[in-house]
Design a binder for this molecule. Structure first.
Ligand SMILES: NC(=O)C1=CN([C@@H]2O[C@H](COP(=O)(O)OP(=O)(O)OC[C@H]3O[C@@H](n4cnc5c(N)ncnc54)[C@H](OP(=O)(O)O)[C@@H]3O)[C@@H](O)[C@H]2O)C=CC1
Ligand SMILES: O=C([O-])CC(=O)C(=O)O
Length: 269
């Protein structure tokens, strides 16, 4: 560790947060996790970096100095932590992008960032090809369709259970088709990515999303198809689910790791 390390506050010590911190430590990245935000500081947390402060809410950021706050906690956690970080001029990276279907929240975050000069960063998360989609959307685009296929167990505890018996599925079932806004609002633990593809492309209401539970799948699959004046694109990823949460893909943690390391080093790739 050195005085020039990037100082990061990590909010959420779940599957993604703990994985990001573990990879940063294993790779000896020039990053210092100065605090970890959780809901309950009394609960036992394994693998915390040795010099980290465990804090229960944004009020406890008082006196902490950081460059970047990384949110990997949940939709409800975004507003309070994000506003506190941006108000301090810290950059903000968001994993729980489903929260951004709330136009008031997005406007508040942008206003706060503008006031202090901080940046709001939305990493591709479990997706790829977002650079191409975002570039393509500078010209007219006719359509973007995002298909998400996950093992049946990844939809447990979600609104998918209202429309099908996940345990009894013998073949893939597409249980939802609608806009990215509807997908992210109804499935905030599984369709944060719908907001990412929508924000990069043609927006929350024009981006079409299909959600499928596949009893034979072992990976989380994302397929994005887009057509516009730029041409066409199709990208498909088969993401390994994280051990700690089958709803979330390993690539999401790797995407946050990339963002953090890019800001910590001189080279951005
Ligand atoms: N952008 C993307 O591509 C993707 C985004 N995600 C999203 O990333 C987020 C993290 O995912 P994942 O790690 O898998 O989820 P987990 O459920 O494994 O972990 C979430 C953690 O956040 C903590 N938490 C919840 N609310 C708060 C709060 N208000 N303040 C501080 N900590 C809080 C929980 O703490 P506690 O111990 O108290 O329960 C838990 O440890 C989720 O919103 C998920 O939907 C997931 C996959 C892809
Ligand atoms: O990790 C993934 O594959 C996608 C995901 O859970 C989300 O967007 O919420």
């Amino acid at each position: 560790m050195s005085g020039s390390d990037l100082r990061v506050v990590l909010v959420g010590w779940g599957a993604i947060g703990a994985r990001v911190a573990g990879l940063l430590a294993a790779r000896a990245s020039p990053v210092r996790i100065v605090a970890v935000g959780v809901r309950d500081t009394g609960a036992k947390r394994q693998g915390l970096p040795p010099d980290t402060r465990l804090i229960a809410g944004p009020e406890a950021l008082e006196g902490i100095e950081a460059d970047l706050l990384v949110e990997a906690a949940g939709r409800a956690a975004l507003r309070p932590w994000a506003m506190a970080a941006l108000a301090r001029g810290w950059d903000l990276a968001i994993a729980s992008t489903s929260a951004l279907t709330d136009a008031d929240l997005l406007a508040d975050l942008r206003d706060q960032a503008k006031a202090t000069g901080a940046q709001i960063l939305i990493p591709p998360g479990a997706l790829g090809g977002i650079d191409a989609l975002a570039a393509a959307s500078r010209l007219n685009m006719d359509m973007v369709r995002h298909e998400i296929v996950k093992p049946a167990r990844a939809w447990a505890g979600t609104a998918a259970e209202e429309v099908c018996d996940l345990a009894a599925l013998t073949a893939p079932l597409t249980f939802f088709e609608g806009s990215a806004r509807q997908a992210a609002d109804r499935f905030p633990q599984n369709a944060n990515v719908a907001v990412i593809s929508a924000m990069a492309g043609i927006g929350l209401d024009r981006t079409m999303v299909a959600l499928t539970a596949d009893p034979g799948a072992t990976m989380n699959r994302h397929s994005i198809t887009a057509r516009g004046d730029f041409g066409t694109m199709t990208i498909t990823l088969e993401n390994r689910p994280l051990a700690g949460n089958p709803k979330s893909s390993e690539l999401t943690a790797l995407s946050l790791l990339r963002l953090i390391e890019n800001r910590a080093g001189g080279l951005v790739i």
